[in-house]
Ligand binder design. Structure first.
Ligand code: ADP
Ligand code: MG
Length: 243
């Protein structure tokens, strides 16, 4: 029998915690309350699916978790460090070193090669070009893209572009990987291939990954599955059946 989550997680550190996170938006007809006391713990090496209807606040939650946005109230802890009262410079520094993002559309830089796209964030972080390229080559190999080093994004397939985007997101060995519908734009077979590469990377690196998806087959392959209900994070005991 599978061990309970709590006993499994005792040995591992919490990479990300959200505590009582609130976020609302003003709109013409009043106030839109999206997150209403969301709590979440993500552990190292955890691969967690976030499955919830469109408009329920998945992206909002991820932007707050990744320090791109601030909650109205509540706290975000990255590696145990409270980030709410930090200034913009500190938040940016933590985001650069501790958080990797993957989006539905790869957002790779079109004029740069696959290798350069992965090396760039490392060089911005102060690594010498030679070392950044060395690590980028390893990541490309890991993503089974060693033959695509010098290809530009337009010369790669959708699945290849997303694998480069994943490699780029983990280039600085972040503590947390946030992927917002990363396979939303891909066919099922390519999605499964990209997901398997991502899963292998999560397990090898120990990064804590939160992945928003509508793909129930992928959600079923993850360690945990959560949803958003009435602005709160709810743990799903069982992954809902694909429709
Ligand atoms: P999901 O990713 O689950 O589809 P989002 O987090 O993108 O949901 O959005 C949740 C709700 O909040 C949506 O109704 C959206 O229109 C609204 N929303 C998101 N960001 C903003 C914003 N910056 N200003 C106003 N409303 C927003
Ligand atoms: Mg979204």
């Amino acid at each position: 029998m599978k061990k309970s989550l709590s006993s499994e997680q005792q040995d591992r550190s919490v990479a990300l915690s959200l505590r009582s996170v609130y976020r609302s938006f003003s709109e013409a007809h009043g106030i839109l309350e999206i997150l209403k006391g969301a709590d979440l713990d993500l552990y190292e090496g955890d691969l967690v699916a976030l499955v919830a209807p469109s408009g329920s606040g998945k992206s909002t939650l991820m932007h707050i978790a990744g320090l791109l946005e601030k909650p109205d109230s509540g706290e975000v802890y990255v590696g145990g460090r409270a980030c709410g009262s930090l200034g913009d410079d500190d938040r940016t520094a933590i985001r650069r070193t501790e958080v990797g993002f993957v989006y539905q559309f790869h957002q790779l830089l079109p004029e740069f090669t696959a290798l350069e796209n992965i090396a760039m964030p490392q060089m911005i972080n102060g690594l010498a070009r030679k070392d950044a390229e060395e690590r980028s080559r390893q990541l490309l190999k890991y993503m089974r893209l060693q033959d695509r080093e010098t290809h530009r994004p337009s010369e790669l397939s959708g699945g290849e572009q997303q694998r480069v985007a994943i490699a780029r997101a983990v280039a600085n060995a972040p503590r947390i990987l946030l992927a917002d519908e990363p396979t939303g734009n891909l066919d099922p077979k390519t999605s499964a291939y990209v997901f398997d590469a991502l899963r292998a990377l999560v397990k090898a690196s120990g990064v804590a990954a939160l992945l928003a998806t509508h793909n129930m087959d992928l959600a079923a392959k993850m360690d945990r599955c959560i949803t958003l209900q009435d602005g709160k994070v709810v743990e799903l005991k069982r992954v809902p059946k694909a429709r």
